[in-house]
Design a binder for this molecule. Structure first.
Ligand code: ATP
Length: 226
C-alpha cells in the first residue's frame, strides 16, 4: 500500500481562523494526507510588540482543531529558541519520517508568492512538495506578474497538474488547489477586536472565548504598518 503524505501547515496563527481551517481540511481531502500538522511559528520580526505569547497561539490552535482526526499540533517551532527557519524544520521532520514518505508544505497563495524571500528556499523542494491554496486577493492569473523570476522558473518546472501526484514521490513538486474563498485574515480579526467589533463567525467560538477570557488583542498594535 502506498504511504500517505504528511502535510505541514505553518503560520503565525495570531489568531487561527476559519480561513486556516478550511485550507487544511480541503487540501487534506484533495491530496489524501495521513494528517495535517499545524505548526505555529515564532513571531515574525516585523511584529514589533506581540500581544500574545507563543503558548497562547498554540492553545488557540489546539482549541480550533478540536477533535478533527486529520489535524495535529506540532509545537517544535515555538519551542525552538532563536530564529526558526522552515528549511531547518523540514530537514528535521524528514529525518523523522524517513526518505520515502511524501511530505507536503501547505501554503496560501500570498505566502507562496513570498517564498523567494525565505532562507535557503531553493532547498525546500528537496524535502517536501509545495501545495498552494488559492486565497482571495491573490488570483492565479496575477501570480506570474507577482512571482520573481527565480520563483517563476521553479514553479514552471515543478508544477504537477493533479494534486494526487504528490503520492508518487517524496518531495519536489508543486500543486495548486482552489478552495472555498474565505476573505478572512488574522490581522482583520485583531483589528476588529481592538476596535471593539465582534469577529464572531470568522473563527471558532472556543478560540473567541479564549481571546475574551485572556483579554487578547484589546489594543491596536504598536506596529500598524502591516
Ligand atoms: P495576518 O493577517 O496576521 O498576516 P494570516 O491570516 O495571513 O495572518 P497566517 O498565520 O500568516 O495568517 O497564515 C498562515 C498560512 O495560512 C499562510 O500560508 C496563509 O497564506 C494561509 N492563509 C491564511 N488565511 C487564509 C485564507 N483566508 N485563505 C487561504 N489561505 C490563508
Amino acid at each position: 500500500m502506498a504511504i500517505k503524505p504528511v502535510a505541514i501547515f505553518g503560520g503565525t496563527f495570531d489568531p487561527i481562523h476559519f480561513g486556516h481551517l478550511r485550507l487544511a481540511q480541503e487540501l487534506a481531502e484533495s491530496i489524501h494526507v495521513e494528517e495535517v500538522r499545524f505548526m505555529p511559528g515564532g513571531t515574525p520580526p516585523h511584529r514589533a510588540a506581540p500581544q500574545v505569547t507563543s503558548r497562547q497561539r498554540l492553545d488557540m490552535a489546539g482549541l480550533a482543531i478540536g477533535d478533527n482526526p486529520l489535524f495535529k499540533i506540532d509545537d517544535r517551532e515555538v519551542r525552538r529558541s532563536g530564529p526558526g527557519y522552515t528549511i531547518d524544520t523540514l530537514v528535521e521532520i524528514r529525518q523523522e519520517l524517513g526518505p520515502a514518505r511524501p511530505m507536503c508544505l501547505l501554503l496560501g497563495a500570498d505566502a507562496f508568492l513570498e517564498l523567494a524571500t525565505w532562507h535557503r528556499w531553493h532547498e525546500l523542494f528537496a524535502f517536501a512538495h509545495i501545495v498552494i491554496a488559492h486565497r482571495p486577493g491573490f488570483p492565479p492569473e496575477s501570480w506570474p506578474a507577482r512571482m520573481p523570476e527565480p520563483l517563476a522558473r521553479e514553479y514552471a518546472a515543478r508544477l504537477m497538474r493533479q494534486p494526487f501526484a504528490v503520492h508518487l514521490s517524496p518531495a519536489g513538486g508543486i500543486v495548486t488547489q482552489a478552495i472555498a474563498a474565505l476573505d478572512i485574515s488574522a490581522s482583520m480579526i485583531r483589528d476588529s477586536l481592538a476596535r471593539g467589533v465582534s469577529p464572531r463567525y470568522l473563527l471558532p467560538d472556543p478560540v473567541l472565548d479564549y481571546i475574551r477570557s485572556h483579554q487578547l488583542y484589546v489594543t491596536q498594535e504598536v506596529n500598524e504598518a502591516r
